[in-house]
Design a protein around this ligand. Structure first.
Ligand code: MN
Length: 438
C-alpha cells in the first residue's frame, strides 16, 4: 500500500498587501489575489494527483481574526478537498491563535461546521484517518505558547529559560505518550507548527525573539513517524532525511525577506521503506531588489535608468534603492523612474541620502543616546511605514524581552536586552533593512 500526501503550510492569506493595490474589477487587493491563485494551484494538484491526504501545517492568515473575504477565499479553496473526498488536517499555527493559552483559533470554524473529512489540529493528540489507500495515524502538535505554562504555579519565580525548558519537557512527555499509543501496524505521521532548533530562517528569526521557543529536531525525528510535516518557517528546508522532517515553506512571498527563496509544497509517498518526497515549485510572484550606490555617479538618473533597463521587471514586485549625496538629489526625476518601472507589478523607490547615513538615522539614536531601548525602538518606528499593529507587536515583544515576561529577569533576557542596546546604538543599514522587512 502506498499512501500519497500533499503537505503545505503558511498560506498567510491577507499578508503582504502593501505590495499590491486594489483591483478595480474585483475590489480585492492584487497581492491577495496572487495568494489565492497560488493556493488554488496547490489544491488543484492535490485533486489532480488524487492524493490520499492533505496536511496543512498552520498559519492560514496573518492573524486570528481574518477579514471575511480572506476567510472565505481560504474556505472556498479547501472546501474543494472535502468535495473531492480528500481527508485534510488543518493544524493551528501561532498566527491562527486568538489570544493566549486555551483560546480559540480561526480554523476551529471547520470543526464547528463539521466539514466532512476535515480535522482541525488544535491540540496534541493522535487522529486515526481512513483514507482511500488505508488507515493512517496523524499526530497533531499545534503552536505552543509559553503562556500555557506561565499562568501555572509551577513556573512561579522561574526564568524564561527555565520555563522554556519545562515546556519542552512537557511536550516531550506528552508526545511520548502519543507515540506509545500508536498502532504499529498503521503508518504514523506527525504534523507540528513550531520553530525547530536547526531551522535556518529569514524574517521569522526576528519574529521569534521573545515570542516563543525552539523545539529540538531530535524530539520529532522519531523512527515511529514516516514523515514529519512542519509549518511556521517560510523558507522551505529539510531538517532531517530519515525520517523526513520538512518545512514546505510559504506558498507566496510575504515580503522582501523571502526574495531569494523558492516557494512550493511537498508531495510525499509513504510505502514500505523510507518515505519518498518531492518539493513542487510554485510560480509565486518574483520579488526583485535593485540596489545602487550613486555617490560617485556623474549622471545618477542615467545610472538608475540603465539599471532598471538591465533587468526583467515584468510582473515583479520591485524595490529600487539607491544612495546619493544631497546635492545629487535634484538630478533625479522620480516620475521618469516610475515610468521606467511601470512594467513591474508594484514598485517602491527608496532613496537614501549619504550625508544622513553617516549620522544617526533617527534623532536621538546616536552612540551616546541616553534613551532606553524601548524608547529608542519607538522613535525608530515612528520613522517607518510599517503598520501600527506590527509596531505594537514589536514594542510588546521588546518590552517582554527586557522585562522578562512576568518571570524574574533571566540571564538570557539580560543578555538579549544588552544585545538590543548594542543593536540600537550601532544599528547598521542592514539591520535597519531587516527591521523594515518584518
Ligand atoms: Mn507560524
Amino acid at each position: 500500500m502506498v499512501l500519497r500526501i500533499l503537505h503545505t503550510a503558511d498560506t498567510h492569506l491577507g499578508s503582504g498587501l502593501l505590495h499590491g493595490r486594489i483591483n478595480p474589477h474585483t475590489g480585492q487587493n492584487t497581492r491577495f489575489e496572487d495568494f489565492v491563485s497560488t493556493l488554488g494551484m496547490v489544491i488543484d494538484r492535490a485533486i489532480s494527483e488524487s492524493v490520499d491526504l492533505v496536511l496543512f501545517g498552520g498559519d492560514a492568515f496573518p492573524n486570528a481574526t481574518p477579514e471575511p473575504a480572506h476567510q472565505e477565499a481560504f474556505a472556498r479553496q479547501f472546501k474543494r478537498l472535502s468535495e473531492a473526498q480528500i481527508p485534510t488536517v488543518l493544524l493551528v499555527g501561532n498566527h491562527d491563535l486568538y489570544g493566549r493559552a486555551g483560546a480559540s483559533a480561526s480554523l476551529n470554524i471547520y470543526t464547528a461546521l463539521g466539514v466532512p473529512g476535515f480535522i482541525v489540529g488544535d491540540s496534541l493528540t493522535t487522529h486515526r484517518i481512513e483514507t482511500r489507500s488505508g488507515p493512517v495515524q496523524v499526530v497533531t502538535l499545534p503552536w505552543v505558547h509559553r503562556s500555557t505554562l506561565l499562568t501555572k504555579d509551577v513556573t512561579r519565580g522561574m526564568s524564561l529559560d527555565q520555563v522554556d525548558e519545562l515546556l519542552v519537557q512537557r511536550i516531550e512527555t506528552a508526545l511520548e505518550g502519543e507515540i506509545r499509543g500508536l498502532d504499529p501496524k498503521v503508518p504514523a505521521l506527525l504534523t507540528a507548527h513550531a520553530m525547530m532548533d536547526r531551522a535556518v530562517y529569514g524574517a521569522e528569526r526576528h519574529l521569534a525573539v521573545g515570542k516563543g521557543f525552539c523545539l529540538p529536531v531530535s524530539l520529532v525525528a522519531r523512527p515511529e513517524f514516516k514523515y514529519v510535516a512542519l509549518g511556521h518557517v517560510h523558507r522551505h528546508q529539510i531538517l532531517c532525511e530519515d525520517p523526513p522532517v520538512i518545512y514546505p515553506g510559504s506558498i507566496e512571498r510575504v515580503d522582501f525577506g523571502e526574495e531569494k527563496e523558492d516557494k512550493g509544497f511537498m508531495l510525499v509517498e509513504i510505502g514500505e521503506g523510507p518515505a519518498r518526497y518531492e518539493f513542487i515549485k510554485l510560480p509565486a510572484r518574483s520579488f526583485r531588489t535593485l540596489q545602487l550606490d550613486l555617490a560617485e555617479s556623474v549622471d545618477p538618473q542615467a545610472a538608475l535608468l540603465q539599471a532598471i533597463g538591465s533587468i526583467v521587471l515584468d510582473g515583479c514586485v520591485v524595490r529600487l534603492r539607491y544612495s546619493l549625496h544631497t546635492h545629487q538629489a535634484e538630478q533625479i526625476n522620480l516620475e521618469e523612474l516610475q515610468r521606467a518601472l511601470a512594467p513591474a507589478f508594484s514598485c517602491q523607490i527608496q532613496p537614501q541620502l549619504i550625508s544622513k547615513l553617516a549620522q544617526p538615522r533617527v534623532p536621538g539614536l546616536g552612540e551616546n543616546s541616553t534613551l532606553n531601548p524601548v524608547e529608542a525602538l519607538k522613535q525608530y518606528l515612528q520613522t517607518q511605514e510599517s503598520s501600527e499593529e506590527f509596531q505594537r507587536d514589536l514594542i510588546t515583544a521588546a518590552q517582554r524581552l527586557l522585562e522578562g515576561e512576568g518571570a524574574q529577569r533571566s540571564k538570557t533576557a539580560t543578555r538579549q536586552s544588552t544585545e538590543i542596546e548594542g543593536d540600537m546604538s550601532t544599528m547598521t543599514q542592514e539591520k535597519l533593512d531587516q527591521l523594515r522587512l518584518l
